[in-house]
Design a protein around this ligand. Structure first.
Ligand code: TYD
Length: 214
């Protein structure tokens, strides 16, 4: 069931660094609001006061000694708080929730790229979210070099990139491969989007799907 009983819809936007998720999340929000829908846009890690504090720890390049299990729990902790404080109550009111990243990011980054068991991360996170998964996920896919190139020109929170963005190209290749693997495993939920195209074209691919769901 993609729509909640109150008419809410939970959408996540996923993809490697530099894939344009944030732009697409905003474009989708704008389109839906123009059509009179109530929309909540949130991001991970973050979206709550607690989550934003945890984000600061996770992305600070000073903490280069952080282990992958530590990352898993911190991303999961921020997510648990976001789901119970913001996402679930919004869905229950019939709001459309768009999340810039969700569980699939933990499986791709900490699992496929970070070397921890993807299944275990999936299970742990389903516990943290009390079973909540998005009704629809858009995976913005593009070659790793293109994504990293885009990052260079983007003014980020940290000069030189955040702690995760600074990881080497092999890491980012595993992230992309991990996401593609997830899309293969769950084609019902995860819709693959060609993110190399201009933002308007990418938006059209996403909108075509969302329009059909509503
Ligand atoms: P991101 O959305 O890319 O932030 P920004 O667009 O502001 O740079 O997310 C921050 C980083 O966190 C990104 O490199 C991916 C990483 N990440 C994980 O490794 N695991 C997770 O579970 C999540 C949600 C993000």
């Amino acid at each position: 069931m993609v729509l909640t009983s109150a008419g809410g819809l939970f959408i996540s936007i996923e993809g490697p660094d530099g894939s344009g998720k944030t732009t697409q999340a905003r474009m989708l929000q704008e389109k839906l609001e123009k059509r009179g829908r109530r929309v909540l846009l949130t991001r991970e890690p973050g979206g709550t006061s607690i989550g934003e504090e945890v984000r600061g720890i996770l992305l600070n390049p000073l903490f280069c000694e952080m282990t992958v299990p530590c990352e898993i729990f911190l991303y999961g902790a921020a997510r648990a708080q976001l789901v119970s404080q913001v996402i679930r109550p919004s869905l229950e009111k019939g709001t459309i929730v768009i999340s810039d990243r969700f569980i699939d990011s933990s499986i791709a980054y900490q699992g496929y790229a970070g070397g921890e068991d993807p299944e275990m991360i999936h299970t742990l996170n389903l516990w943290a979210t009390a079973g909540l998964l998005p009704g629809k996920t858009f995976l913005l896919d593009l070659p790793v070099e293109k994504g990293l190139e885009r990052l260079q020109s983007k003014p980020g929170e940290y000069a030189g990139g955040d702690r995760i963005e600074r990881k080497n190209e092999h890491f980012h290749r595993r992230v992309r491969a991990g996401f593609l693997q997830l899309a293969k495993q769950d084609p019902q939920r995860i819709f693959l989007v060609n993110a190399e195209k201009p933002p308007e074209k990418v938006h059209e691919q996403i909108w075509g799907q969302v329009r059909d769901l509503l």
